[in-house]
Ligand binder design. Structure first.
Ligand code: ARG
Length: 588
C-alpha cells in the first residue's frame, strides 16, 4: 500500500501537470507549521527560476486546479509561494479503512527477500551478564524483529565469547581446586561424567579469581596459556570440561535472556569459527593479502581517502594464535558461504568501531564477501548513571543485569500497589511486564549511538516519554473496548467513520503514518523511530480520549466508528511494542 505522503504527492503532481508545470515539483511533506496546515508543498518555490515566474503565481495556478479534488479539503497558495494543504476527512478515513484491511497495516513487501544475520548479545561464557550486554541484547532484538516484520529472512546469532584465554583460565583454576577430576588425567579413557563439576555461581566466582591470579602470577598465566592451547588443539578431557562450562553457562544465559524477552535462533560462538581459521588464513596468504610484519600475520586495510590512521588487521599473533578479528573473519566466511547471508549486522559498544572497520575491510579485500553483501556495525553508546558516569551499583561495582531488572521491578511493584487494590501475584506479574517496558523503552527511545542516562525514576514514570506511559495508554484503550463489549457492543464488523473533531482527525493522521514509519525504521535500522511514533500516537489518542465521551455517545454508528478507531490504535500500538520487544498487560 502506498505511503500517505506518496498518495498526496501524486495528487499534487497532477495539479502541477494540469497547470502546465513539471509534475516533479509536486512533492508534499508534513507541514512544519501544523497550526496552519497538515501538509505542505514547496514546489512552486523550486519552479520559480525555471518558469521565470513569481512562486506565488505558480502556487495559485496549481491551487486553482486542485479545488475540487476529493483528497484535499484545503489547498491554499500563500506568500511567498507555499502550498498549504489539508486533507479531507473522507480521504483520510478511506485511507485508514484500506490500511485496516491490508496486511501489516499496508507495509509493502520487499522486492527481494534478504537473508539477514544479526550478531547481538555477545555475552562471554562464565562471566555474569552485566548492563554492558544489556544494550546489545535490547537493540539487537528489536532490529531483528523490525527486519523480520519488513518481510526478510532473519537469523539472530548470540555469538558467544567461548574461546581463547578466558577458557584456559577457568580450566587452570579448576585443575588447582579439583586436580583429581578425570578431565585432567591423561590416561583416562572412560566416559566422562554427565554432571558438571561446578554450578553457575561457582563458575562465576572461578573466572574473576583466575583472572586476578593470572595478573599477579606469571607462572599461573603461563599455565592458563598452555591450557588454552591444549583445549584448542582438541585435548579430549579439556574439551569435555569445556562442554560442561558452555552447557552450564548457556543454560543460565538463556534464563536471563528469557527474562528480557530476547530470543536467539543460533547459539553459536567464537569456538565454531575455529575449524574455519586454518584454511581461511592459507587463502589469505595465497591471495597475497596476508603478509608477515614483526612476526605477526597482517592484512593492510588503509585506504587513500582515510582521514585517520587505520592500522593493519592482525590475523595471527607472532606465536600463531588467532585473535578476536580472526574469529570474526572466519565467522563471516561461515555466514556468507554456509548461511548465504546478504546482510550482516553487528551490535556492540561503539568502542569496537575500529575492530569492525578493520574486519569489514579485510573481508572485502580478501574476497570473503562479494560486493553484493552488506556489512553494518551498529555501535551504541554507554548507559550511564545519573552522575553521567557508566552505570554502577550503589557501592561502585559493575551492576549485574539481574539486579538491575530486580530494582526496576521492585519500583514498578511499589507503584502498582500504591495506586490500586490488586492481588500480590497479579501485582508482581504486572510489575515484570511494565518493568521490561521501562528498561527497553528507556534504552530504545534514544538513538543507539548516543550515550544515555539510566534514570529509574524517569523510566518507571507513567507520564512522559516512557514505556509505562505507552502501556498505560494501551491498557486504557483495552478497558474502553471491554466496557463497550459489556454494554453489548461487538468489535467485529464495525466501520471507521470520518472524523468529526480535530483531535480525532489528528489521531487518524498519526495512524496513517504507520507503514511509513515501519518502512523507515527498517531502512535505517532505527527502533527509536518507532518509539517516537508511538509516543506521538499515545499523545494523540489521549487528547482524543479527553475530548470525547466515547461510551456515552448516543449515536450508535458514531460510537461504533470511534470503537473501530480504538481497535486500530490498539493494534498499531501493540504491533509496535512487539517490534520493540515488550508487551502490554490486560490491566494495570
Ligand atoms: N563477546 C564480545 C564482547 O563482549 C562481543 C561479541 C560481538 N560480536 C562479534 N561478532 N564480535 O565484547
Amino acid at each position: 500500500m502506498k505511503k500517505i505522503l506518496d498518495v498526496i504527492s501524486d495528487e499534487m503532481k497532477k495539479g502541477f501537470a494540469a497547470a502546465g508545470y513539471d509534475e516533479e515539483l509536486g512533492r508534499v511533506t508534513l507541514s512544519n507549521r501544523p497550526d496552519l496546515c497538515e501538509y505542505q508543498c514547496n514546489g512552486a518555490m523550486a519552479g520559480a527560476k525555471k518558469y521565470k515566474k513569481a512562486p506565488l503565481m505558480i502556487a495559485s495556478d496549481v491551487a486553482e486546479k486542485l479545488q475540487d479534488r476529493q483528497v484535499f479539503s484545503e489547498v491554499n497558495a500563500v506568500a511567498p509561494g507555499f502550498l498549504n494543504l489539508k486533507v479531507s476527512e473522507e480521504f483520510l478515513c478511506g485511507y485508514l479503512k484500506e490500511m485496516k484491511e491490508a496486511e501489516k497495516f499496508g507495509l509493502e513487501k520487499p522486492e527481494k527477500v534478504r537473508n539477514i544475520v544479526i550478531d547481538y548479545g555477545g555475552p562471554n561464557v562464565a562471566k555474569p551478564l552485566h548492563v554492558g550486554h544489556l544494550r546489545s541484547a535490547i537493540i539487537g532484538e528489536s532490529i531483528k524483529r523490525i527486519c523480520r516484520y519488513a518481510g526478510h529472512h532473519v537469523t539472530g546469532d548470540v555469538h558467544l565469547g567461548d574461546w581463547g584465554l578466558q577458557m584456559g583460565l577457568i580450566i587452570t583454576e579448576l585443575k588447582k581446586r579439583q586436580p583429581h577430576l578425570p578431565y585432567f588425567d591423561p590416561d583416562f579413557s572412560g566416559e566422562y561424567p554427565e554432571e558438571a563439576p561446578f554450578t553457575v555461581s561457582e563458575l562465576e566466582e572461578i573466572y574473576p579469581t583466575a583472572s586476578k591470579k593470572s595478573k599477579e602470577d606469571a607462572a599461573y598465566k603461563e599455565e592458563a596459556l598452555e591450557a588454552t592451547l591444549k583445549l584448542q588443539s582438541g585435548d579430549r578431557g579439556y574439551r569435555a570440561l569445556w562442554n560442561h562450562i558452555i552447557a552450564v553457562s548457556v543454560a543460565d544465559l538463556k534464563k536471563n535472556y528469557a527474562n528480557l524477552n530476547v530470543e536467539f535462533d543460533l547459539w553459536k560462538g567464537e569456538s565454531d569459527a575455529d575449524p574455519i581459521i586454518p584454511g581461511m588464513v592459507e587463502d589469505m596468504k595465497k591471495g597475497g593479502f596476508a603478509y608477515e610484519s614483526e612476526g605477526a600475520l597482517v592484512v593492510d586495510v588503509k585506504e587513500e581517502t582515510d582521514t585517520k590512521e587505520i592500522p593493519p588487521c592482525i590475523i595471527l599473533k607472532s606465536d600463531g594464535a588467532a585473535l578476536y578479528a580472526t574469529t570474526d573473519l572466519a565467522t563471516i566466511k561461515d555466514r556468507v558461504e554456509n548461511m548465504h547471508a546478504d546482510d550482516l549486522i553487528y551490535l556492540t559498544d561503539k568502542r569496537q568501531e575500529m575492530h569492525f572497520l578493520q574486519v569489514f575491510r579485510t573481508a572485502r579485500k580478501t574476497g570473503l564477501v562479494g560486493p553484493e553483501v552488506t556489512m553494518r556495525h551498529i555501535g551504541f553508546g554507554t548507559m550511564n548513571g545519573k552522575d553521567g558516569k557508566p552505570f554502577k551499583t550503589r557501592d561502585g561495582g559493575v551492576m549485574r543485569l539481574e539486579y538491575l531488572i530486580d530494582e526496576i521491578n521492585q519500583e514498578m511493584y511499589r507503584k502498582i500497589v500504591e495506586s490500586r487494590e490488586v492481588s500480590e501475584q497479579e501485582a508482581r506479574e504486572t510489575a515484570k511486564v511494565i518493568g521490561l517496558s521501562a528498561i527497553k523503552y528507556g534504552d530504545l527511545s534514544n538513538q543507539a549511538s548516543k550515550d544515555y542516562i539510566f534514570d529509574i525514576d524517569r523510566f518507571t514514570s507513567f507520564e512522559g516519554d516512557t514505556g509505562p506511559y505507552i502501556l498505560y495508554t494501551i491498557v486504557r484503550i483495552k478497558s474502553i473496548l471491554n466496557k463497550y463489549k459489556e454494554q453489548g457492543g461487538c468489535l467485529e464488523n464495525i466501520c471507521l467513520k470520518e472524523a468529526v473533531n480535530g483531535s480525532e482527525k489528528a489521531l487518524m493522521q498519526e495512524l496513517a503514518k504507520c507503514n511509513t514509519v515501519l518502512a523507515n525504521a527498517y531502512e535505517e535500522l532505527a527502533p527509536h523511530k518507532i518509539c517516537a511514533y508511538i509516543y506521538d500516537m499515545a499523545n494523540a489518542f489521549n487528547r482524543f480520549y479527553h475530548e470525547t465521551k466515547i461510551l456515552t455517545e448516543e449515536d450508535a454508528e458514531r460510537k461504533a466508528g470511534w470503537i473501530a478507531l480504538l481497535v486500530l490504535t490498539r493494534d498499531v500500538l501493540e504491533t509496535c511494542i512487539d517490534l520493540l520487544g515488550f508487551s502490554a498487560p490486560e490491566r494495570m
